[in-house]
Write a protein that binds this ligand. Structure first.
Ligand code: NAP
Length: 248
């Protein structure tokens, strides 16, 4: 762990596995206190324990990010405890793929609630103290699918594209208060989410990537850590595509 005199409080959703876990560990490594959020205590608790065991500082928070009341209550407690959250990474996300005629209302609503509405809820409860402090970093984990669309992912693409509109609008609302809002659009990253694809699908995807490999969670974590840093303070309202050159 680097000894930072500029320790911030960071909250990372979906920090139990995959991209979010890597982000939580890297932000802790940069000297920040990290609140690791995921659905199950088993996953976010294990990540927080690992960070603490390695000399960092973390706590876990198990909740469903789509549960507005639970998020509101948690935010009130966290603000009481820490005064302010400086860095918010909205990373929790799910897929419920299917072609439109087979997509149920629940598949649509669950994906919109978990991926998109949750960002609105967290930001609504945590951004005001950031604007008062005149320092904040909000990073929303979108996807290249939000830029290009994808057959069988109308719900996911709509949620991820919606996150870009949310990002750009709030960047404009908060800019004068020194709170930046940016989005990352990862391409195909090797995590549990993409492990659901069969070998043939994975080969086809790698074939479409100019760099001829899937990305790693670390590729996304480093972009996130940069956007969360002091040095990225003049960047807001942007979408960073991190995809090995797939979408140009
Ligand atoms: P992942 O491996 O499936 O992990 C998802 C994490 O989100 C888990 O920690 C999970 O909690 C948490 N989560 C899911 N639903 C939740 C809910 N309702 N409430 C609280 N936590 C919830 O996913 P990933 O591949 O790392 O993806 C992370 C983000 O990047 C997602 O937003 C995804 O859409 C985006 N993304 C991923 C890729 C990719 O190729 N992997 C590409 C583009 C964008 P538990 O651990 O408790 O289950």
């Amino acid at each position: 762990m680097t000894d930072s005199t500029d320790k911030k409080i960071a909250l990372v959703t979906g920090a139990g596995r995959g991209i979010g876990k890597e982000i939580a560990v890297l932000l802790a490594d940069k000297g920040h206190h990290v609140i690791c959020v995921s659905r199950s205590e088993g996953s976010c608790g294990a990540v927080a324990d690992t960070i603490n065991a390695n000399g960092g500082s973390a706590q876990s928070l198990a909740l469903d990010v789509a549960d507005k009341a639970a998020v509101k209550e948690a935010c009130e407690k966290l603000l009481e405890e820490h005064g302010n959250i400086d860095i918010l990474v909205n990373n929790a996300g799910i897929t419920r793929d299917g072609l439109l005629f087979r997509m149920s209302d629940d598949d649509w609503e669950d994906v919109i609630a978990t991926n998109l509405t949750s960002c609105f809820t967290w930001i609504k409860h945590l951004a005001r103290p950031m604007t008062r402090k005149r320092w904040g970093r909000i990073i929303n984990m979108s996807s290249v699918i939000g830029l290009t669309g994808n057959a069988g992912q109308a719900n996911y693409a709509a949620a991820k594209a919606g996150m870009l509109g949310l990002t750009k609008s709030l960047a404009k609302e908060f800019a004068a208060r020194n709170v930046t809002v940016n989005a990352i659009a990862p391409g195909f990253i090797a995590t549990d989410m993409t492990a659901e694809l069969n070998e043939k699908q994975q080969e086809a995807i790698v074939g479409m990537i100019p760099m001829k490999r899937m990305g790693t969670a670390a590729d996304i974590a480093h972009t996130t850590a940069f956007l969360a840093s002091e040095e990225a303070g003049y960047i807001t309202g942007q979408v960073f595509t991190v995809d090995g050159g797939m979408v140009m």
